[in-house]
Ligand binder design. Structure first.
Ligand code: ZN
Length: 98
């Protein structure tokens, strides 16, 4: 069986999933928190940094979760102040041009 390096704590383990068993529980707790946060309504312009600050999920883990298929419809910018370089045009609706 192939050993993988845990995406969360760096420990080597043998499993199908991305993290070791210990971290899987923590991941699940974080993901529940993230889902709750997203379901509770959030402003469109919110950045990963802001979500990280309000949920307590580290930016690194947050990036990992947002790469998962279940969050594929969710787009969160890295930093709300650097969206397309138009830092002074942020409005209340957080309109994103597509
Ligand atoms: Zn781990």
């Amino acid at each position: 069986m192939e050993l993988k390096k845990c995406a969360r704590c760096g420990k080597f383990y043998a499993s199908e999933v991305e993290v070791c068993h210990e971290c899987e529980r923590k991941d699940n707790a974080d993901i529940m928190k993230l889902k709750g946060f997203l379901a509770g309504g959030y402003s469109k312009g919110i950045s990963k940094m802001e979500i990280s600050a309000s949920t307590g999920i580290s930016a690194r883990n947050l990036n990992r979760y947002l790469g998962y298929e279940e969050f594929s419809g969710v787009y969160i910018p890295e930093n709300s102040e650097m969206v397309n370089g138009t830092s002074n045009s942020k409005n209340d609706e957080g309109t994103i041009n597509v």
